[in-house]
Design a protein around this ligand. Structure first.
Ligand SMILES: Cc1ncc(COP(=O)(O)O)c(C=O)c1O
Length: 406
């Protein structure tokens, strides 16, 4: 069990906002002091660019920035040379999808995904469908967005060259059987690509054990600074794919006749000056999470999530869209009340949640609505906060929710 009271002391947001119940962790998480210190230290003590300077603070930043690859090598069980830093998971998925489609797919080849996906994991596929003639097909899911290995196997066919899904989806927190899917995808000669935005912050991720080919995730959803992301890929695949954006630092040489030599991976994916302080802070975030233990975080969030779902089931005006989720995410609507009105009402009680379609705009094909309220927890949330949340939700009625505007 986690010592959540001690953990909360690491997050100044709690001291500075004593009445806030922050249940919007799926959107972005709070930052612990070691992450804040890493970023502030960079600004106050050792600001410089990276990979360019020969003076001591520039060398220190090279060590800290590139050293963050070693931290993620431990975090993901991979080689540091397989870890490229991006600006967010959207950038990571765009690089991976463009690169994989260009290098490994031809017109008419199929990519399998689900109708659960966030815009950042499906729009890049629509783009390569438009530009390269790749075909997007969907794996059926159950009403809570979960793919079964059997349905997945049935959806596979000779034309499928890539499978790309979120390990944990962003609205329903459907956790997909990635290891099983990777095995089946590989048996059919297809790549297994994973959007880890909502899974990597909440569970142990071992890319070797999952046996996947590419993974993307965002730093700001795992206690790290904004504007940071990770692109992981098997080294031999990273060598074969072309980066989407060209510029400084990622090239080894270029010539007047247009010939370009790129750096080896992962550097060829890091164009221009990176978010140096962000990446250093992200390293501090990964160390912080590993110190608590990803398995401990996962177990605590499951317990808290189960308790939360149990309590929400007590309220008969609630439609719960993911009653069987194993994650710390509760997605619901209150009868007759528009999701955003519920969120606004909860805000009057100091509660932060997200409402709307959550950038998953074709999920309505699965749940029949494109507007829900999502309460998403992290390891620093408490049972007491859940109780306060449930009491607030009990007060949500059409009249109460609308009356806050008048
Ligand atoms: C599953 C999933 N993929 C992609 C994204 C996009 O994340 P970002 O805005 O950090 O690029 C999100 C954000 O909520 C997400 O939940």
């Amino acid at each position: 069990m986690l010592d959540v009271a001690a953990i909360r002391k690491d997050f100044p947001m709690f001291e500075n906002n004593p009445d806030l119940i922050y249940f919007d962790n799926g959107a972005s998480t709070l930052k612990p002091q070691p992450v804040i210190d890493a970023v502030v230290d960079f600004y106050a003590r050792h600001t410089s660019n990276v990979h360019r300077g020969d003076y001591p603070i520039a060398r220190l930043n090279d060590e800290l920035y590139d050293g963050t690859r070693d931290i993620f090598a431990r975090f993901l069980n991979c080689s540091p040379q397989e870890v490229a830093f991006t600006h967010n998971v959207s950038a990571s998925m765009n690089e991976i999808i463009y690169g994989a489609a260009k290098a490994f797919m031809k017109p008419g080849d199929v990519i399998l995904t689900t109708q659960n996906e966030h815009a950042s994991n499906i729009m890049p596929w629509f783009k390569v469908q438009r530009d390269f003639g790749i075909k997007v097909e969907y794996i059926p899911t159950d009403v809570q967005g979960v793919v079964s290995a059997e349905d997945f196997e049935k959806a596979m066919h000779e034309g499928v060259k890539a499978v790309c899904v979120a390990q944990q989806t962003n609205v329903l927190a459907a956790v997909q059987p990635i290891k099983e899917m990777a095995r089946i995808a590989h048996e059919h000669g297809a790549l297994m690509i994973v959007d880890g935005a909502q899974s990597v912050p909440h569970m142990k991720t071992d890319v070797k054990d999952l046996d996947i080919d590419f993974l993307g995730f965002s730093g700001h959803k795992m206690c790290g600074p904004g504007g940071t992301g990770v692109l992981w890929g098997r080294y031999e695949l990273l060598e074969k794919i072309d980066p989407m954006i060209y510029g400084g630092d990622m090239n080894a040489r270029f010539y007047a006749d247009g010939k370009m030599l790129l750096q080896e991976p992962p550097m060829k994916f890091e164009y221009g000056t990176p978010n140096i302080e962000g990446v250093i802070g992200l390293g501090a975030a990964a160390e912080y999470l590993m110190k608590i233990g990803m398995d401990n975080i996962h177990a605590y969030e499951k317990e808290l999530g189960d308790y939360f779902r149990g309590r929400m089931k007590e309220i008969d005006t609630i439609t719960l869209y993911n009653p069987d989720s194993t994650a710390g995410v509760v997605t619901f609507n209150v009868k007759d009340v528009f999701a955003q009105d519920t969120a606004n009402f909860l805000a009057t009680k100091g509660i932060a949640v997200r409402s709307g379609n959550h950038c998953a705009k074709i999920l309505d094909g699965i749940i029949g609505t494109n507007s829900t309220v999502r309460a998403s927890l992290y390891f620093y949330n408490t049972f007491e906060e859940v109780d306060r949340f449930v009491e607030a939700v009990k007060e949500v009625t059409l009249e109460n929710a609308v009356s806050i505007f008048f």
